[in-house]
Design a protein around this ligand. Sequence first.
Ligand code: SF4
Length: 339
Amino acid sequence: MMNNDTILEVKNLKQHFPIRSGFLQRVSGYIKAVDGVSFSVRRNEVLGLVGESGCGKTTVGRTILRLYEPTAGEVWYHRADGARVNVANLDAKAMKALRRELRMIFQDPFSSLNPRRTVKELIGEPLVIHGVARGRALEERVAELMLEVGLDPNYMERYPHEFSGGQRQRIGIARTLSLSPRVIVADEPVSALDVSVQAQVLNLLQGLKDQLGLTLIFIAHDLSVVEHISDRIAVMYVGKIVEMADTDVLLRRPLHPYTEALVSAVPPADPDIKTQRIILEGDVPSPANPPPGCVFHPRCRYANDTTCMTVEPQLAEAAPGHFVACHLANELNLVGIGV
Ligand code: SF4
């Protein structure tokens, strides 16, 4: 999976949150929010991470950046000088230095910006914390960043409430870009925005990625949001990746029944093409108490009552670069977009 272009390699990452109960708050179980996730990301690539709410995709992003301490696993980051570091093992000082290169864009531009700070303070704060710029140089850098994200630098003394939702997300993006990161985890960056504004912010991110040579992990619950920006897509279900492939391949020829259902919800580019939406019955199982066998079997319309219900399928390469975790991947003829 890894080659010279790899910038990030995640190996068997786990994030198990303890469940405490009783008077003594003893650990009575674990919520396996992320349970053995592995993937690599190439330089200047956009990897979409998709799945329903609660599937663990945001936890993967936060654990990679050590906003949550990983329960187990490795996160190998390839620095610009060629050295490899395991982010999961770094001490606090080394991690602080690395945070300049690995950054996050948060979902909600309304709650992630301190309402009592001006735009100049918000965008400039990471530069001050990391001792990169102050005074006149800080102001110039803030103005440069505002222009980069399509904001008027004349508004740098204003407060977040004076901006629209889309503009606030641009402020958040400028703040993320301030330290010239190499890898950005974008956690549902457009899901809190009006549909009319979503495309503008997506176009902005795509343009910045090309212009600045960024690598993005783009997290979303909706395939239609990530399909245009992502080079590859990984689909998550109850803490695991169930399918991963180049975007075009995943959309046209899904191999996992869960992906097929997600793809069926994506509106086709040609309105004359009629598609049939697959409605999944039931809820996503709790990661504290997942069903035996294939965790998707209670909702899978292809499940058999032998292997699917008793043996957990492992993620395996079904075709070059196309990974899937389904016992019947070679037998099902699933429907994708445009076929
Ligand atoms: Fe469905 Fe069985 Fe494949 Fe699981 S292993 S997705 S239950 S067909």
